[in-house]
Design a binder for this molecule. Structure first.
Ligand SMILES: C[S@@+](CC[C@H](N)C(=O)[O-])C[C@H]1O[C@@H](n2cnc3c(N)ncnc32)[C@H](O)[C@@H]1O
Length: 368
């Protein structure tokens, strides 16, 4: 899980017209509302196209002024990142259309089966309207959360939980579709399971050692079983892990991708969640991005134009905090290590010739 950069800014006024207001998610949402009827929003001048090197990309079909809201995407799967499992500060409501930050433990609604202390809701309404989703993960969490955390560490536990929540959303999407054929994505963008299937990612990007380790993880904890009733083969789950690793976003309290970086630098803050967004995942990275991104209080990812974007230009975010990795070598090393690609953005291309002895283009790709 890696994606997403951030940074605070005093940006120009954001203009957007989401189909539902931000407050629409402040009340509990049912599973039917979650599939296809969330307040996702895509700017009418944003289109998808294909770049021969980078693959899918987001592009402006007409000029988009700085400050314009370009995309509001809802998480298909989201988990809290808990620094301290003992105090469990920083939890989010487990209703996947609410995701609001939870207050003191005493006011939280917890699972009646006590599956995992990281699972809690802000109200009984939020819990009760979300049971089909939670029931899918509940037994798995109860059985495997503690052993995975203990043996594999927090990162792998979080990654595994995102995979389970992706499968839980797929499960709910299927049963909801059967009940109500009208429930369809609101536009042509693939924001349901088809969006997850379209995500890039491949075992070929990873070292043999990494793939072996994930293969073992799938075999022990993530393959089809009584506590995880999905219909994917172990190879398909492995592929899903590669997709998740190439496309998930870290959620940070402040914007990522303000460029040029403000002086003094303002970082994006501490990561508090991780999520997969089917449409936002189409944004490629640039070290000189023209969009910044930040989650809202419901875990939706908001892309905003940080400069005027001309018709035909690619709309890019920064995958990392630009205040942390400043020179070319540091940026490239970070992208190779965490995101498994060599950046082809204009800034890297223009800075590359200035580097001589540390020129990355002359170095073989490392097995990390
Ligand atoms: C989150 S996905 C972005 C969408 C992706 N292009 C697709 O086809 O779905 C991240 C992947 O896009 C490609 N990518 C993104 N930014 C890039 C860049 N600046 N240079 C080269 N490849 C990039 C890499 O393959 C990376 O693993």
């Amino acid at each position: 899980m890696a994606n997403t950069p951030s940074r605070v800014t005093t940006v120009t006024k954001v203009t957007c017209t989401p189909q539902l207001s931000l407050s629409a998610l402040s009340t509990a949402a049912t599973d039917k509302e979650i599939i296809g009827k969330q307040s996702r929003w895509v700017h009418p001048h944003l289109i998808e196209s294909i770049d021969p090197i980078k693959g899918r990309q987001l592009r402006a079909s007409q000029d988009i002024p700085a400050g314009t809201c370009i995309l509001i995407d809802c998480p298909y799967a989201i988990i809290p990142v808990v620094d301290n499992p003992v105090t469990n500060e920083g939890l989010l409501c487990s209703n996947r259309a609410c995701n609001r930050a939870l207050r003191a433990p005493a006011s939280r609604v917890v699972c009646s089966k006590s599956c995992l202390s990281d699972v809690a809701w802000c109200s009984t309404t939020c819990r009760d309207s979300n049971m089909a989703y939670h029931n899918f993960e509940c037994n798995w969490l109860k059985r495997y959360a503690v052993p995975i955390r203990k043996k594999w560490g927090e990162y792998i536990f979080g990654m595994s939980w995102v995979i389970v929540r992706l499968l839980a959303s797929q499960h709910v999407e299927r049963i909801t579709r059967l009940e109500d054929e009208e429930v369809r994505p609101m536009h042509e963008w693939k924001c349901d399971w088809r969006g997850v299937e379209s995500l890039c990612g491949s075992v070929d990007s990873w070292s043999h050692e990494q793939v072996r380790s994930w293969t073992l993880l799938v075999k022990k904890y993530l393959q089809k079983s009584a506590v995880l009733p999905h219909d994917m083969t172990p190879d398909q789950v492995l592929h899903l892990i590669c997709q998740e690793e190439a496309n998930s976003f870290g959620l940070y309290p402040r914007e990522t991708g303000i460029y040029p970086c403000p002086e003094p630098p303002i970082d994006r803050g501490e990561q508090y969640a991780a999520a997969v967004y089917p449409i936002a995942a189409m944004a490629n990275h640039s070290c000189i991005p023209n969009m910044m991104h930040k989650p809202d209080e419901s875990g939706r990812m908001i892309f905003t134009a940080s400069q005027d974007i001309l018709a035909g230009q690619e709309c890019c975010i920064s995958y990392f905090d630009l205040t942390e990795h400043i020179n070319l070598t540091s940026r490239r090393e970070h992208l190779r290590k965490s995101f498994r690609f060599t950046c082809q953005c204009h800034r890297c291309a223009s800075e590359a010739p200035a580097q001589n002895s540390s020129d990355w283009s002359a170095m073989p790709l490392m097995e990390l």
